[in-house]
Structure formats: C-alpha cells, structure tokens
Design a binder for this molecule. Structure first.
Ligand SMILES: [Zn+2]
Length: 198
C-alpha cells in the first residue's frame, strides 16, 4: 500500500516508538480506526432494527422508548438462545411490566421481534412494578432472563420526569449497546447453572 509522504511508514512506527510525534500520531490513527469500526457496527445494528421499528409503528400506532425496549429484548433473547428468525416459533415469552402505557407498549415490541403473540399464546404477561422478560426455547430447553440495567432504569426515570419519553429517545435506545440496556442471564435447564452475559 502506498504511504502518503508526510506519514511515517509502519516500520518507522515500530522502530521509532520513542519519538513522541510518532506515538501521538499512531494513537490518533488507532483511535480513528476504532471509532470508525464502532460507528460501522452501530450503523449495521440500526439498519437491522429500522424495518422492525417501522413494522412496530404500523402495528402499535407510534414509536416510543418502550416499544424499542421490547424489540431489543426480543432480539437479545434470540441472540442469547441462538434462535434464528426461521426458528422463532420455538420461542415463548413471559413478560412482567406495569400494564399501562408507556410501559405496556413494550409488549408490542416483544411481539414484533419474536412472533410470540397474544394470539398464538406464546406470549404471557403480567402486571409488575419492574420490567422483566423470560424467554424459553423449546429447542434446547434453555431460558434467558432479561432485566433493565440500573443505569438504564435511572435514565428512563429521568426522561419520564422531563416528559421526554418520546420518539427521539426511542431512536437513541435503538442505537445503544445491548449491555448498556440489559442484564441478560441464560439458564440451561439441564445443568441448572446460570450464565450471566453482559
Ligand atoms: Zn405505545
């Protein structure tokens, strides 16, 4: 690959690491590459979610933070249980949530992302103060429990107080890394051991 004249070569980087200019330049180049990779990964994630969010808008009538939380919960569950879209019929969901909007909007997000619906009886739900979803896979007799992380719960509280649980915040949630949103614990019924994925 051609090196621009003003840039040191890779050999110069490694042979002249004591030169503060090269060290600074190397670290700034690395940061840029890592940042670009992160942006690319985030764009991929949002591109995958976008059609699902628009589908949820059609079903639910609007896009709010809890719709997107439900979508992301379903997506996280399928990933944790290694269930592809074509195997979604193997999933069942039990969701605990305050049964009034905006919180209950989460249920429609789960329905869209998992095909666990009220109609096909693969979605059970109950009224509860705290949000929690347990997904089971008939395939491997595994379950995954998904709860909201403490910092994310605090952020939601804050937004509620500011009356900002709006669509703009919903799209922000769509782009946040999964481990900022959820605590994910997979349980294998055979071994009864719980593996916490963060
Ligand atoms: Zn809603």
């Amino acid at each position: 690959m051609l090196q621009p004249l003003f840039l040191p070569t890779k050999a110069q980087f490694t042979s002249d690491l004591t030169n503060p200019f090269y060290t600074l330049l190397a670290s700034s180049i690395n940061t840029t590459i890592i940042e670009r990779q992160q942006i690319r990964i985030m764009k991929m994630a949002i591109n995958d979610l976008k059609p699902m969010i628009e589908y949820a808008r059609k079903l639910h009538g609007h896009v709010g933070p809890y719709v997107v939380i439900g979508l992301r919960m379903g997506t996280a569950a399928k990933k944790a249980l290694n269930i592809g879209d074509e195997e979604a019929a193997l999933l069942t969901a039990e969701v605990s949530v305050p049964l009034h909007p905006p919180f209950s909007c989460l249920l429609d997000g789960v329905q869209v992302s998992t095909t666990c619906t009220v109609g096909n009886r693969r979605l059970q739900f109950k009224n509860a103060k705290n949000v929690q979803a347990i997904f089971s896979s008939q395939k491997g007799a595994r379950t995954v429990k998904i709860t909201l992380t403490k910092p994310f719960r605090e952020q939601l509280e804050q937004k509620k107080k500011q009356d900002k649980l709006d669509e703009a915040f919903a799209w922000e949630i769509a782009e946040l890394p999964e481990n900022q949103l959820f605590d994910v614990a997979v349980k294998d019924s055979m071994s009864s051991s719980v593996k916490v994925l963060r």
